[in-house]
Design a protein around this ligand. Structure first.
Ligand code: PGA
Length: 251
């Protein structure tokens, strides 16, 4: 089974409008000849539309970093899947650990958002991952399994195949402490087993699982070489053309 590698940049709450457009323009040219890797960038929601317009017709997709699960209505400050799709996005990151841990987002909410994203044809990039204390207590698989079950409740096999999972150990995010290729592979293999158990081998073989957490142009190649690692969700290193391309090119 060959799964196409998928490298996505999570810009988080960074950059100005001008800097976002400059980065998008730069990536457009730098990545123009990349044919065998899927690429996406996820700007802050207020910059999603101009970045999507700048990257229209290129090989770089665009995603939002979050949505609300309702279609429309009195939800001040929120944006819907419909709106995100309307701006030209193909993807949306859901359940990022910063949303789970800083903003108190639950797997039940993530689940509603996955349903909303799929209903409108957005590809959800669903993040799961354990805290340092959970890993130290030997609970990694248990935590990831709980997040997986909660997040994907009621998702059909056909829809599951459309989802991307990002395994992001919280202790590796923005810390410079990257998981070893072996740690990443172990967690990814466990997630693929979970998919097989809940769905089938056919579904498990299709779903792409990205690794995220301090990925950069120095450590990416070794992690991406692991059989169950199908790409990366990149934070800090996606904010500069050279470091993001340094992850994409060798991939
Ligand atoms: P990082 O962030 O690459 O800066 O560690 C990854 C993420 O949070 O998606």
């Amino acid at each position: 089974m060959t799964r196409r590698l998928f490298i996505a940049g999570n810009w988080k709450m960074n950059l100005t409008l001008a800097a976002s457009l400059e980065l998008a323009e730069g990536l457009k040219h730098a990545a123009a000849d990349v044919a065998d890797v899927d690429i996406a960038v996820c700007p802050p929601s207020i910059y999603v539309q101009p970045v999507a317009a700048a990257l229209k017709g290129t090989n770089i997709g665009v995603g939002a970093q979050n949505i609300y699960f309702e279609k429309e209505g009195a939800f001040t400050g929120e944006i819907s899947a419909v709106m995100v799709k309307d701006t030209g996005c193909q993807y949306v990151i859901l359940g990022h650990s910063e949303r789970r841990n800083i903003l108190g987002e639950s797997s039940e909410q993530v689940n509603l958002k996955i349903h909303a994203a799929l209903a409108i044809g957005l590809t959800p990039i669903v993040c799961v991952g354990e805290l340092l204390k959970e890993r130290e207590a030997g609970l990694t698989e248990q935590v990831v399994c709980r997040q997986f079950d909660g997040s994907f409740s009621g998702i059909s096999a056909d829809n599951m195949k459309k989802c991307v999972i990002a395994y992001e150990p919280v202790w590796a995010i923005g810390t410079g402490v990257v998981a070893t290729p072996e740690q990443a592979e172990e967690a990814h293999a466990a997630i693929r087993k979970m998919i097989e158990k809940n769905y089938s081998k056919e579904v498990a073989d299709v779903v792409r699982i990205q690794y995220g957490g301090s990925v950069n142009d120095k450590n990416a190649k070794e992690i991406l070489a692991k059989p169950n690692v199908d790409g990366a969700l990149v934070g800090g290193a996606s904010l500069k053309i050279a470091s993001f391309m340094g992850i994409i090119k060798p991939a």
